[in-house]
Design a protein around this ligand. Sequence first.
Ligand code: ADP
Ligand code: ZN
Length: 601
Amino acid sequence: MKHAYDILRNTFGYNEFRHHQADVIAALLAGRDVLTLMPTGGGKSLCYQIPALVRPGTGIVVSPLIALMQDQVDALCLLGIRAAFLNSSQDRAQQQQTETALLRGELDMLYVAPERLLTERMLGLLERVTVALFAIDEAHCVSQWGHDFRREYQQLYALHERFPTTPRIALTATADQRTRAEIIEQLKLHRAAVFINSFDRPNIRYTISDGQQSREQLWRFLQEEHPLDAGIVYCLSRKKVEETALWLQGKGRRALPYHAGLADATRRAHQQQFLREDGLIIVATIAFGMGIDKPNVRFVAHLSLPKSIEAYYQETGRAGRDGDPANAWMAYGLQDVITLRQFMHQSEAETHFKQIAHHKLEAMLGLCEMIGCRRQALLGYFGEVLATPCGNCDVCLQPPQTWDGTEAAQKALSCVYRTGQRFGVNYIIDVLLGKNDERLERNGHHRISTYGIGGEFDASEWRAIFRQLIARGFLDVDIEGYGALKIAEQSRALLRGELRLDLRKAIKIDKKKGRTPDPGASLRPGDNALFDALRVLRAQLAKEQGVPPYVIFHDATLREMINLRPRSAEQMRGISGIGATKLERYGERFMAEIAKHSPAA
Ligand code: ADP
Ligand code: ZN
């Protein structure tokens, strides 16, 4: 373990291990298998990187994301670590070169895509060298119950059979109890040491609002809280992604689309720009983001409802990996609920999977409509207890008001019933409002008892009521796909007057509350110029070396430099994030820049 601490300090430039890092590393050094669950940004990579360096041989890292391997490997090389990757993006000569280095024992770490690792050729190669350990990143991909299922991952148990004495570590940021059990089962990790960290991400503020005009709400949110920041906006469809990106560009923000329908090269280019430039917004379907480790993503915004709490937590988890304050913001509306419900029923999946998907959506809707602390509910979903409300979610900051919606609900439900449970929301609302409409008259619905009984609310208020009735399971959405509403079993009690139903009032988010501070906020006023100068220097170095700026130094490291104003390598060494290699490469230039801005001593 002493060796591990030396590497932490000298190579990575960090002073202490975080969470269970030390325990995980000790277990691997002792030759044990490990399963570790840590939230995004928790520091999973160190858990296998350090043992790969301490143990003899090469550490093999399995990752599903070949697009990111280059960056991961570049970042390691900047630390003076001998790392390489093998995937289908390389030509034969590059692959051969890497294989030769592997056979010569010149690699500390090798990143490989699962389908490549499992080829007979690759396994044969590995049998000829010393493998320090196998790290299986994004291990939840093994789970059919999870949302990122990858078939190749299920074959990874073969590693255990071929290399029975080589320790394996499986890592993931998202796993409920069931996924956890599946990872253990599928990868045959029954004897593994299991380390589970809290899933809480205290620096992320959760906000979920009902979005009737979600775009305008998004714009207000961006203007007020993130006028210059980088972030991700998630939409459900490709079309909405394209439209939203254009719309943001039209408003003067730098925004790029990302979805599976774009050419590979375009997608890669957009991802690269997002990683390398400051202040860019990516508008994406969920195809974007797994494994993205840009640490200074300041916000993740959802313009539509994620399919499950796991997906929501993983997507929002991409914000604030550097530990600075970040926002997870979402606006969702009635149409989301209807679309997702239909989508689920129409999918080709087997009934069993549909049921799972259905439960997951229910849980997600529950989170949206709840009246208690979001973080308590989120963590509760992952089996963790947070004793007191968090104080950093929309509900805690501005408790929603409720109103007795029993009568309104009864009207809505009887109108659905009287029209024969054959119509969608808009039609029902027209009946409630007593619209003069030909279709309505043709159906004879201008003569039924519920015609025109809903005049106390306008159409948008009725939509909010229906949204909650659907979300809370009082109304089902027709499986045939036309979106007809049907009375659900639990509505009977409500119709009979045996149940009181409290509904959420739509609330306006208080504008002044809870702005996320900008990255330079903790600096003294006179230091902003220096902060800017250091960022310019960092950008220049990053460009020279073809890596993202944060791979050189994080903002927090720059801030510490400004506060300490180091004048010697020795002082520079004390700063978190500066290891031996980076000190040697960049120390002088940063000290020179700092000296320019400091009064002569
Ligand atoms: P994860 O893969 O769990 O999302 P990473 O491994 O990318 O997280 O780590 C997140 C950030 O935290 C990285 O910038 C990493 O360098 C930093 N980090 C990891 N361990 C430590 C530590 N012990 N001390 C300080 N920073 C750390
Ligand atoms: Zn809260």
